[in-house]
Design a protein around this ligand. Structure first.
Ligand code: DAH
Length: 333
């Protein structure tokens, strides 16, 4: 009988040894779980050994039962320790793989920048928005009515000539200035009006250092009760000083069909007078064309070329550089 109980004992020891060995070699939590089921589960080797106890002397049974429990507990402890070790290693590996090496060289991303025409437009619009103006836009293809007639151009005005204006086969035209948006905006809105209008404009000009067939303008329009030439002067002065800093400016009498009186404005820039914009009090005929009563409302308007402003502000010598897409030029801004 004693021989049999010794045999069961050594079977239990063998199970324990084998378990210790395989647990030690386990590298994943999944494998470990499989081992737990294998050694400690109901169908494992220990219940099998205990099944053989029936043949034992009853006095021997408690000793073998206690021994089996020892082995189970020992295996359970080894599994728990291994589990903790594998979990710690997994966290360490994750931390290792997620650390940022701050000494690694960065990935360079080429930085784009605004074209000088866009940044100049933004600068001008910012100033007028600061003065309470809205920003509006209009179509580049226009009718004779909006580009000329409603703006008080007489039928035989030279600007209407094929020499100056790009007409389309259908009788429409490419707008020669942003002033037609004055008419469109007034038709769609009631006074008081404060609006700034950036846009592309077209003329039948031969391209040279200061002329381009496609160029950009910004138009401003203010309509209200009681606006006078003083308001126009003050607005233009504030605008030019915001843009150029403290500069001398002068108003020269001029003529535009849609303003009366009209003026051109020069700034003293690097010792020279530079013509910067045209402006004037909105002609009563223009107000009548949009159904405003000129006895109640007055207003002023101004228009300037964005290329001109950009060239002056950035000392650009040739308008064609603005359209050349030459990165060596554009990277300077
Ligand atoms: N539309 C004119 C032009 O191209 C510029 C201009 C002059 C606009 C006087 C105005 C203005 O609003 O009042 O050339």
């Amino acid at each position: 009988m004693a021989a049999q109980s010794n045999e069961l004992e050594s079977q239990l020891d063998a199970i324990r040894q084998e378990a210790t060995h395989t647990i030690a070699q386990t590298t994943t939590l999944d494998q470990l779980e499989q081992l737990r089921v294998k050694y400690l589960g109901k169908k494992g080797p220990i219940p099998q050994v205990l099944g053989g106890m029936g043949k034992l002397d009853p006095a021997e049974r408690p000793r073998i039962g206690a021994r089996a429990n020892e082995v189970k507990e020992a295996i359970q402890i080894e599994i728990d320790q291994k589990k903790a070790a594998l979990q710690t290693a997994a966290i360490a590996a994750q931390l290792e793989s997620e650390t940022i090496d701050v000494t690694m060289p960065g990935v360079g991303r080429p930085q784009g920048r605004l074209h000088p025409l866009n940044s100049t437009t933004d600068q001008v619009l910012d100033i007028f928005v600061g003065l309470g103006y809205m920003v509006a836009e209009g179509p580049e293809m226009e009718t004779d009515y909006y580009n000329f007639e409603a703006l008080n151009f007489l039928p035989d005005h030279p600007a209407r000539d094929m020499q100056d204006t790009l007409y389309l086969p259908d009788g429409n035209l490419l707008r020669t200035h942003t002033s037609p948006v004055q008419i469109r905006y007034m038709e769609a809105n009631d006074p008081p009006i404060r609006v700034a209008v950036p846009g592309r404009t077209y003329r039948r000009d031969t391209v040279d250092a200061t002329h381009s067939a496609v160029f950009h303008q910004i138009e401003i329009l203010a309509i209200d009760e009681g606006l006078t030439f003083t308001d126009l002067k003050g607005t233009i002065k504030v605008f030019l000083q915001e843009l150029f800093g403290e500069v001398e400016i002068r108003f020269r009498p001029s003529f535009f069909p849609f303003t009366e009186p009209s003026a051109e404005v020069d700034v003293k820039w690097k010792g020279r007078w530079l013509e910067i914009l045209g402006c004037g009090m909105v002609d009563p005929n223009v107000l009548k064309a949009v159904g405003y009563d000129p006895e109640v409302y007055t207003g002023f308007a101004a228009g300037f070329g964005v290329e001109r402003l950009a060239m002056v502000l950035h000392q650009i010598d040739d308008i064609r550089r603005l359209y050349s897409s030459d990165l060596r030029f554009l990277k300077q801004f």
